[in-house]
Design a protein around this ligand. Structure first.
Ligand code: F6P
Length: 319
C-alpha cells in the first residue's frame, strides 16, 4: 500500500515530528510513503514524490514543515480537485494524512465527498480552533513563543512605567490570548468571544495605579479587532504611556516543544494505523481527556469550536 502525507494551511510546529514518524512508522509497517509537497497546491500540480528515511533524518527539532504548505484558491474549483484526484491515482496512493486546520479539513471534506479517497486528518494549527479536539499540533510551541515574548515585554514595561498592548494570533478564536494571559499574569485579556467591559476594568486599574501599579499588560486576540481602540483607551483613561506590540508570525515558528513532539508521535501512529485498517476513511484524529479517538470529517466541519467555559471565565479572574 502507498501512503502519502501533506501539510495544508498555516504551518505549525509539530508538523516535522509528525512527518518523520509517518515515514519511519509506515515503512516499518511495510508501506511505501510519499510526500505531497506544498499542500493542496502541490497536489494539483503533482508535486508528489517518494519519501525516504534520509528525507526525515534530523528534522525532529525543526519548526515549520520540510514538505511546505499552502492555502489553495484553485482547490475550490472542481476541475482542480479532479486533477488532484488523478494525480493521487497515478501514484497508486491509497491513503493520505493531512496535517492542517479548519479550512484544510473543509477542503478535504469536499474532496472526499466527490472522490473515493481514504484520508485521516491530524489537527495542526496554532489557533486551537478545531471542533472536536482539545488540542491541535503546534499550540504548545506557539504558547511558549508568546510566553517568552511576554516575559521580555514585561521587563521593559515595568522598567519604563508603560502599558503594552500585545496582539496575538488565533483568527476568530481567543484560545492563545486567554492561555497566554493566565500564564503571564496579564492584567487585561480581550478576545472575540467575550464582550469587553471597559468600565469595570477602568475602575479596577485606576485604583491599582493610585496604589502603586506602574505598568499594565493587555493581551488582545487579533480576532477581536480592538488593538487600536484599547491602545487609545488605556493611554487616555489610565494616563499611562502605551505601546503596541503585534507578535505576528514569530508565533508560528520555533523548535517544537516536548509536548508537540509527543503529540505528533501519537497523532501520527493513530492516523497511520487507521488508514491501514480502513478503506474510504474520512476521519480526523482528535484528542480529548487524555485519549485519542476519531471523528467524521463531516462532524468536524459542520460545527464551530467553542472555548471551554473555564477559559472564558478565566478572563474575570486576571486580577
Ligand atoms: O491559522 C494560523 C494563522 O497563523 C492565524 O493565527 C493567522 O490569523 C493566520 O494564520 C495568518 O495567515 P497568513 O500566514 O496567511 O498571514
Amino acid at each position: 500500500m502507498a501512503l502519502a502525507i501533506m501539510c495544508s494551511g498555516g504551518d505549525s510546529a509539530g508538523m516535522n515530528p509528525s512527518i518523520k514518524k509517518f515515514v519511519d512508522y509506515a515503512y516499518k509497517k511495510g508501506q511505501r510513503t510519499y510526500f505531497i509537497e506544498k499542500g493542496l497546491e502541490g497536489l494539483i500540480d503533482n508535486n508528489i514524490r517518494e519519501a525516504t528515511h534520509k528525507d526525515v533524518a534530523g528534522i525532529m527539532h525543526i519548526g515549520g514543515t520540510i514538505i511546505r504548505s499552502s492555502r489553495s484558491k484553485r482547490f475550490f474549483e472542481y476541475k482542480y480537485r479532479k486533477r488532484a484526484y488523478e494525480n493521487l491515482k497515478a501514484f497508486d496512493i491509497e491513503g493520505i494524512i493531512v496535517l492542517g486546520g479548519d479550512g484544510s479539513f473543509r477542503a478535504m471534506q469536499r474532496f472526499s465527498s466527490e472522490f473515493d479517497i481514504n484520508f485521516v486528518g491530524i489537527p495542526a494549527t496554532i489557533d486551537n480552533d478545531i471542533y472536536g479536539t482539545e488540542y491541535c499540533l503546534g499550540v504548545d510551541t506557539a504558547l511558549n513563543v508568546i510566553r517568552d515574548a511576554l516575559d521580555k515585554i514585561r521587563d521593559t514595561a515595568s522598567s519604563f512605567d508603560r502599558a503594552f498592548i500585545v496582539e496575538v494570533m488565533g483568527r476568530e478564536c481567543g484560545y492563545l490570548a486567554v492561555v497566554s494571559s493566565i500564564i503571564s499574569g496579564a492584567e487585561i485579556c480581550v478576545i472575540p468571544e467575550v464582550a469587553f467591559e471597559k468600565k469595570s476594568l477602568e475602575k479596577r486599574l485606576k485604583f491599582e495605579i493610585e496604589h502603586g501599579r506602574n505598568y499594565v499588560i493587555a493581551i488582545v486576540s487579533e480576532g477581536a479587532k480592538k488593538t487600536s481602540e484599547i491602545h487609545s483607551w488605556i493611554q487616555e483613561s489610565l494616563g499611562l504611556e502605551t505601546r503596541v506590540s503585534i507578535l505576528g508570525h514569530i508565533q508560528r515558528g520555533g523548535n517544537p516543544t516536548v509536548y508537540d513532539r509527543m503529540m505528533a508521535f501519537d497523532f501520527t501512529i493513530f492516523a497511520v494505523d487507521y488508514l491501514l485498517e480502513h478503506n474510504n476513511s474520512n476521519k480526523v484524529v482528535v484528542y480529548n481527556k487524555g485519549e485519542f479517538s476519531f471523528m467524521e470529517i463531516e462532524d468536524i466541519v459542520s460545527h464551530t469550536y467553542q472555548l471551554p467555559s473555564r477559559l472564558l471565565e478565566a478572563i474575570n479572574y486576571l486580577d
